[in-house]
Each structure stands twice: as structure tokens, then as C-alpha cells.
Design a protein. Sequence first.
Length: 310
Amino acid sequence: MENIEYRESLTEREFVEEYVKENRPVVVKDSHFKAENWSPEILAELAGDLEVQVYDTLFALQEVSTLKKYLDDNFGHKDYREQVRYVRWYNQLKAVDHAWGDEAFDRFKHLWSKPEFLPATDLLVPASTSGSSNPVVDGFPYRGILIAAKGARTRLHTDPFCSDAVVAQFYGTKDFVMYRPDRAEELRDTVPDSSSFGGFIDVRPNALEKCKPEPDYHGVVGPGNVVYVPHGWLHDVLVVDDSVSITWNFVHEMGSLEFIDYLMEDPHADPELEVLKYFYSRAGEYYSSPGEIVKNYSEKFAEIEDTLTA
């Protein structure tokens, strides 16, 4: 097992060429991070009245509560507890009424800025009418405010439709491990799972601090760190100290071959396809099937494949 690579800084070009194109994980320092903006007290003052989505150790919704109640009931415990629930406060992902986090993102937008090394253009997902997307103010797939008490977990999973993920850590500490995409079958659970996320074994079955089988990468992130999780990489996260972070997913042109393959294989049975189609619809693109997406983007996809396979 190796420690994940930490970089003090990256340019956007370096990030795309060395990590997105190579499908390679990294942790990068956010030069604009301001720790004083992200205390639980400030968050409660700004948005304590809003309803939040509270989940289990993966992505099964357990209840809808308020931010203030979650913080009051769960933050401040010194010891690890069992079955600690996890706030995953997503912006709207589907055309349904829910306790979405869009209002919270609006209230928090003055607290942070997009890390400079992350690209705002050349994204296939989310589609954008302007050609540029900023996670501070724009919707992204699975853009969520993650608020979790000590001992909370996100069990081993991969992210949907071959998208990459970013997690910007603002408060507290997380321990995480990663497994290479080619180990997915080794880590597959015997119990069927219909979701795009799960279906993998618990790699911390006995002791939270020890993972089995041995991961490929291990890392610890604290305030001001940004984790890049490339598509296909399996990852498991343990909250070491009460934690606040923001996450979002994207597909960049230079890391999109698997995403294109995913669409061409007609993933109509994938429940997360609804999320992907919703984000196309936000940009005025309406598709009833993956095949329609492929047809509309056929020239762009051909250009990308020529570039990446040359």
C-alpha cells in the first residue's frame, strides 16, 4: 500500500495532463481555503433551519432532519460510535421534490471558491449553455455538502456513469483508502446490488483503522485539502474528526473514454442514468435514451477518441 500523492500546487494543465488523462488520484492544497469560514457554529447560523438528507454508511436515505438538529445530536463526541449517520446534502439531482441542498449552497457561496487547478471548461458533464461550470454556483451531479460526525463512514463504492469526483475538505479530518479499478471483481460482494454505487464488500469489517484486503492507496485529508478520485477507483472513507466538506462529480473530455463506452453500451437499466439525463436537461438537452446522447455528441465523441487513442 502506498500513500497517495500530495501536491502543494497544480496548474489546470498539469492536473488535466498528469491526473485526469492518466486516471490517477491525487490530493492538492487549496490555496484559497479559509478555515475560519467553516466552523459548525457558522454553518448552523447560516443554514441551521434548513432540512438535510441524512444517510447510512452508503447512499440509503434514513431520514430528513434539520442541519441544527444533526449538529446538536452528533457533533462533539470524543469516541467512535456505531452506525453514525451522514449528511449528504445534494443539490437537485432529479425533477422531484426533496430536501435538496440548493438553498444551502446559495447561503454558503461566499465561503469558498473553486480550486484554481480544477477545469471549468471542456466538461462533457455537466453540460453547460455557457461552456463553463463553477461548482460554487452551478449544479453538478452529486454536488453535495457532506457533514459527518466522528465515526461516520462512506463504505467502499465507485462513482456512477464513469464520472470523476472531487472532495474539498473544509473542517475536520478524514481517512480514506483507494483500490484500482481492475480490482473491482475481487472486491465485489456476493449479495446483489442494483445501485451504481455499491455491491462491494465492507473493507473495514472488524476494525475501523485496518482495511482488508490491502488497498492500493491510503491518505488522510484535513482542512484545505482537495481529493481527486478518478472514475472507476473504489474508495472507502472514515470520518476521523467531525467533518465538513463539499463534493461534486464531472466528466472531462480528456478522461472520458470510459464514459463514452458506458453510453454506447446502452445502460438503460442503470438507475443513475436519470441523474445524468436531468443534468443534460438543465442545459436544454432532452434525451429519452443513452443512444440519443451518443447520436447528438457523435462528432465530439469521435474527436475525443481520436485524440486519446492516437
